[in-house]
Design a protein around this ligand. Structure first.
Ligand SMILES: [Zn+2]
Length: 81
């Protein structure tokens, strides 16, 4: 089982968390975006092999949102363990 390092609670089972996916640039950077840029921003995700920055919610714990870096190959969390 994957252990997710919550900054407030420490390592907990992944079943306590919800992963909201990769961190995206803020919408404020897309003020002048055309339709294609909005579609890419909202619906297209990178499918990288390597380290990805992700948003996590400790849904069944402290209820906090936080950002982690996870290696998509090994599922290891980077820099927070
Ligand atoms: Zn927590």
């Amino acid at each position: 089982m994957l252990l997710v390092p919550c900054p407030w609670c420490g390592k907990r089972a992944e079943t306590e968390f919800f992963c909201a996916g990769q961190v995206r640039p803020p919408r404020s950077e897309l003020v002048d975006a055309d339709d294609d840029e909005w579609i890419r921003h909202l619906f297209y995700k990178k499918n990288i092999r390597g380290v990805l920055e992700e948003n996590w919610w400790h849904e069944k714990g402290c209820g906090e949102w936080f950002t982690l870096y996870r290696d998509t190959v090994t599922h290891q969390f980077i820099g927070k363990e």
